[in-house]
Design a protein around this ligand. Structure first.
Ligand code: ATP
Length: 261
């Protein structure tokens, strides 16, 4: 990564991180707008994540949560606004470059290949690595992080839905990210599977120092894992705070329970 302070083409973050006075802001969006035709999915979103922070993103259906993550990982282009990561503007950076810079994402739609084995799946994200020993280490680490040691040769389609989600999280983590974005990683899972994934996420956060943004609807799960919570509503940040502050906020209750979306 180039030194932003010496590169005149690199735009500094609004927080001024790109200079010598580093803050611990890892990701920041500034006025991020995404329109689909005449519909505004995200409306001037200012959102930030600190290094090593575990932030959950909640909000009613259609609030713009998935859209915001796709804008951060670069699979959608913003209509307006900026994205900064580790002190540099990445708004125009290709998704694969963002991955190399340390942003990884597990999408809402499962992307494990059922006809491949666990090990073959785990090889996919790291197949570009030239160093064979490093590649094998990352594959083993992905399987270990997914809690699937002993399942290496099992066909992925025979895994439970929870194990497949864990495999995907392990694969996303094997890219050695500083920021991992997870879109509803426990949707449709049993209580036990959710607990296991909560532990997995917490361990990656504490032991590997990976910062997370996790989209999740279930506030019990959010309470188990989150350092902080952002509520998105009608495409913009509505509230930010601890899970206790968010749960006690009557306006948040109103947008969830009042049927207003
Ligand atoms: N490719 C697209 N084309 C048109 N509209 C879209 C597109 N993607 C998303 N939208 C719309 O943008 C809005 C926000 O969608 P998004 O998926 O970001 O919401 P969300 O908060 O993640 O919702 P959910 O909790 O239901 O997954 C929705 O009204 C959705 O229909």
């Amino acid at each position: 990564m180039s030194d932003p302070a010496s590169d005149p083409n690199v735009r500094e973050t609004p927080a001024g991180k790109a200079t010598g006075d580093r803050t611990d802001t890892l990701l920041q969006t500034d006025g991020l707008v995404k329109r689909f035709g005449g519909f505004t999915a995200t409306d001037s979103v200012d959102f930030s994540v600190d290094e090593g922070e575990l932030r959950c993103l909640i909000g009613p259906n259609g609030a713009g949560k998935s859209t915001l993550l796709k804008l951060i990982v670069g699979t959608l282009e913003p209509t307006a606004g900026h994205v900064y990561y580790d002190g540099q503007e990445i708004t125009d950076m290709e998704p694969n470059e963002r991955v190399q810079s340390g942003i990884s994402m597990k999408f809402q739609v499962p992307s494990v290949y059922g006809e491949l084995s666990v090990r073959e799946n785990a090889r996919l994200p790291v197949q570009q690595l030239a160093d064979g020993a490093e590649r094998r280490r990352r594959v083993d680490e992905a399987i270990e992080n997914a809690g699937l040691a002993g399942y290496e040769d099992v066909q992925a389609s025979t895994l439970s839905h929870g194990q497949q989600q864990q495999l995907e999280i392990g694969m996303a983590a094997s890219l050695d990210p500083d920021l991992l974005l997870l879109d509803e990683p426990v949707a449709g899972l049993s209580v036990d599977e959710r607990t296991e994934i909560a532990e997995r996420i917490r361990r990656l956060n504490r032991e590997e120092g990976i910062a997370f943004v996790v989209i999740e609807h279930d506030t019990d799960f959010v309470g188990e894992i989150a350092d902080s919570v952002t509520v998105l509503h009608r495409g913009d940040v509505f509230r930010e705070g601890s899970i206790e502050e968010i749960e006690d906020d009557p306006e948040v209750r109103r947008i969830y329970l009042g049927g207003e979306q």
